[in-house]
Design a protein around this ligand. Structure first.
Ligand code: BGC
Length: 780
């Protein structure tokens, strides 16, 4: 493909048209220029390739594909090689289906446990999320299929995800929210980056030159393509200037005319469009080299099993009650036979097969009481108690139902369903040997944790989840997963509690996300970051820090083979500018036979010590290298002198929250961190509605929008047998996506059904200007 020659032969209109997809999943083909279309499909934990009817949120069936555990579980393996193998398998399945780009991995930070997509994200820690994402990308791209690291950036909640504003200070932006992307881009070299829906400090990601050019391309050296999240493009002209390339999904002609006019009138330099077209054509050209492999579906299922086993986290194991013999068990709970194994939304996979826990242990008695919503009747409880009494050990399987967590909406609270809590309580009372197997995509409140003997957290373990549970409970596999987010005792302990889930989100806690807050504030937690038990034990010794090379010996001191995840944290010098008490800067998973020991090696670099202060700078002083089994289980440590700069604490820091971490940061304290007053953004209202306003926001102020809302609601309900059931996650998600999406996004995602002028007209009407609205609608 002679890209330069192709571009020089294209008209301006053709070039602009190429920058929007052809349909929901394809780029445009332009046979007159020898440009074929390429296909994209969702990931990130399996291939969601929709052959026929396409939709954004996983309602319509896709081709069968291996459903790997979601990132909550695969992340908990702390195993880069295994995650790379998963990426490679997904890449192969994509290549075989003719897909050129698989949309993943997701490496947004889990800022708050209620984030609806936490299950799709890797961690609360930026270093960890970045390195795991990079490994996945390398694995996937080894097949020729490009990755799309997403959602760039600061997209940490689902509420108002399409027009909300993430407001944060520069240091937090760099150290916490950009770092995972930076590592993923610099190490993984993804073919594409997906820009997020939200605004960052008032500017949509798709419009942000700072984000998409200055940081991503100039600073980090990214030379691939930026694709919008589906419907995320805010302004085509600003997007070109920012370095936002491909507008997806395709089908509309959003702002194409005005863009051509802007070029002709000199408002937009054509070179921006040429640069975007070149990047699209480069991706198309690279895709031509992808070969279609044969897929060994059984091998991929076995890989999914391995990931699920290694990603399981043993949270508690009193008196070493686990592992167990099958003959001693009874299985209790709806999820034993209806495994919650993946999340809802665009990552929803149509699995090649599904192994429930009951399938994997057919000989074990089972009482699969309760329903899919987590409801338990008195009769269910009686049956469960009876069943529990008959066996030595009761295995209760509980977790978050599908309706609790999904793309497009956040969780309402951090609890399990009341029915599940009651079930655990009743069984634990009936049988002192109660073990809980827990399913769900993010941290949960576990009021009954002290009443049960063991807790095995599986996350969302994918299609082989049932086999993994069986192997882990019986000791065929030894748990080695560790938590990638802190589990608090209660939601009240979560530092972002008051600011999460608002349209304009003040990231008041700054850099104190996850263990960075809990560990410095000395808050008791249920389970710390990096925590997880094993059926064996490990001893750490011989820490040696020489220059930037760190080695440590780890020995398996127990009776069975196992794996330990060794974590390296760096503690900063005392005093000076505020910092967390420790930050993860290295991790390694080591497999050991009983009695075996091995040396684990880490290499530190400047970033291990640096902070962001108008650039990455190392405050000089005495640092401590800490080696631990979790952020709160430091086994060995050694001081090191690091030369660097004098970075004094800013004058405003003294005595305020960022130093003391006592209580919660006030708005005034946060404004000190931001470095300027932050005006409160007014709620949108009649007269001020614009292309960024949603039908949901306008419906209570405008009859036209109320009608549009009702029509949309009824159309969606039709697909669900006429039921407007908000407890059905698919319905809730569909309705939210369709009605809480900005007008511009309705144009883009409507595939041509809503023209620019129709949307403009409706908007004028919503603002109370009916004549203007009619005129706009009639305009060609
Ligand atoms: C999601 C993306 C996804 C895209 C395409 C969007 O709604 O945010 O993660 O890749 O849809 O399905």
């Amino acid at each position: 493909m002679d890209i330069k020659k192709i571009i020089s032969g294209m008209t301006l209109e053709e070039k602009i048209a190429l920058c929007t997809g052809g349909d929901f999943w394809h780029t445009k083909e332009m046979p007159q220029h020898g440009i074929p279309a390429i296909m994209m499909s969702d990931g990130p934990h399996g291939l969601r390739c929709q052959a026929a009817e396409a939709d954004m949120i996983g309602i319509n069936e896709s081709l069968p594909a291996t459903c790997f555990p979601t990132a909550v579980t695969s992340g908990a393996t702390w195993n880069r090689e295994l995650y790379a193998a998963e990426g490679e398998a997904i890449g192969k399945e994509g290549a075989a289906a003719g897909v050129s780009v698989v949309l993943g991995p997701g490496c947004n930070i889990k800022r708050n446990p209620l984030g609806g997509r936490n299950f799709e994200y890797i961690s609360e820690d930026p270093y960890f999320a970045g390195h795991m994402a990079a490994a996945f990308i390398k694995g996937q791209q080894s097949t020729g299929v490009a990755s799309s690291v997403k959602h760039f950036a600061v997209n940490n909640q689902e509420y108002k995800r399409q027009n909300g504003d993430s407001q944060l200070d520069e240091r937090t932006f760099r150290e916490i929210y950009l770092t995972p992307f930076e590592i993923a881009v610099k190490e993984g070299h993804p073919g594409t980056v997906m820009c997020s829906y939200n605004k960052i400090n008032g500017t949509h990601a798709s419009d942000s030159k700072e984000l998409l050019t200055d940081i991503l391309r100039t600073e980090w050296g990214f030379d691939g393509l930026v694709v919008t999240d589906w419907g995320a493009l805010n302004d085509r002209i600003e997007g070109y200037k920012a370095g936002c390339d491909l507008n997806m999904p395709g089908g509309s002609q959003f702002m194409e005319k005005v863009t051509a006019e802007a070029v002709r009138s000199g408002k937009l330099d054509e070179s921006y469009i040429d640069a975007t077209v070149e990047r699209i054509l480069r991706l198309v050209a690279q895709s031509q080299g992808i070969t279609k492999p044969e897929i060994d579906w059984d091998a991929h299922h076995a890989l999914a099993l391995k990931v699920a086993e290694q990603g399981a986290v043993l949270l508690k194991n009193e008196n070493n009650i686990l592992p167990l013999c099958e003959n001693d068990m009874v299985l209790i709970g709806h999820m034993t036979a209806n495994l919650r194994y993946q999340g809802s939304g665009s990552s929803h996979i149509n699995p090649t097969k599904l192994v429930n826990i009951t399938d994997a242990m057919p000989g074990v008695p089972c009482c699969a009481c309760g329903d899919a919503q987590g409801n338990i009747t008195e009769q269910d409880l009686r049956e469960a108690v009876e069943a529990a009494k008959k066996q030595k050990v009761a295995i209760v399987v509980v977790g978050l139902p599908d309706s609790y967590e999904s793309e497009a909406f956040d969780r309402d609270h951090m609890r399990l369903p009341d029915g599940h809590n009651k079930l655990v309580g009743a069984v634990a009372e009936a049988n002192p040997n109660t073990v809980v197997v827990l399913l769900g995509g993010s941290a949960m409140e576990l009021a009954w944790a002290d009443k049960v003997k063991a807790i095995l957290y599986m996350g969302l373990p994918g299609q082989a989840g049932g086999e993994a549970v069986a192997n882990l409970l019986t000791g065929k596999a030894n748990p080695s997963g560790k938590l990638t987010e802190t589990w608090t005792i209660s939601y009240d302990d979560v530092i972002s509690k008051d600011t999460f889930g608002k349209k304009n989100t003040e990231y008041r806690e700054g850099i104190y996300v996850g263990y960075r807050y809990y560990d410095k504030a000395g808050k008791p937690v249920r389970y710390p970051f990096g925590y997880g038990l094993s059926y064996t034990s490990f001893e750490y010794s011989a820490l040696c820090v020489q220059d930037r090379r760190v080695t440590v010996q780890v020995k398996n001191t127990g009776k069975c083979a196992g794996a330990e995840v060794v974590q390296l944290y760096i503690a900063p010098p005392k005093g000076g500018i505020f910092r967390p008490v420790k930050e993860l800067k290295g991790f390694a998973r080591v497999e050991l036979e009983p009695g075996e020991s091995n040396t684990v090696e880490f290499t530190l670099d400047d970033r291990s010590f640096a902070i962001w202060s108008d650039g990455w700078k190392i405050p000089g002083g005495t640092y401590t290298v800490q080696i631990g089994a979790s952020s709160r289980d430091i086994r060995l440590e050694q001081d090191v002198e690091i030369s660097g700069e004098e970075i004094p604490a800013p004058a405003w820091q003294q005595g305020i929250w960022y130093e003391s971490l006592s209580g919660r940061p006030s708005r005034e304290e946060w404004e000190s961190l931001m470095g300027h007053p932050v005006p409160v953004i007014p709620e949108p209202r009649k007269g001020r509605f614009n292309m960024d306003s949603t039908c949901m926001e306008m419906k209570d102020h405008s009859l036209v929008m109320k009608i549009q809302y009702m029509v949309t609601e009824n159309i969606i309900a039709k697909g669900f047998g006429g039921k407007k059931d908000m407890s059905d996650p698919s319905y809730k998600m569909m309705l939210t996506c369709a009605t809480d999406c900005p007008m511009r996004s309705v144009i883009i995602s409507g595939g041509g059904a809503m023209s620019d002028s129709l949307a403009q007209g409706l908007l004028h009407m919503a603002n109370g200007h009916y004549i203007k609205g009619l005129a706009a609608m009639l305009k060609k």
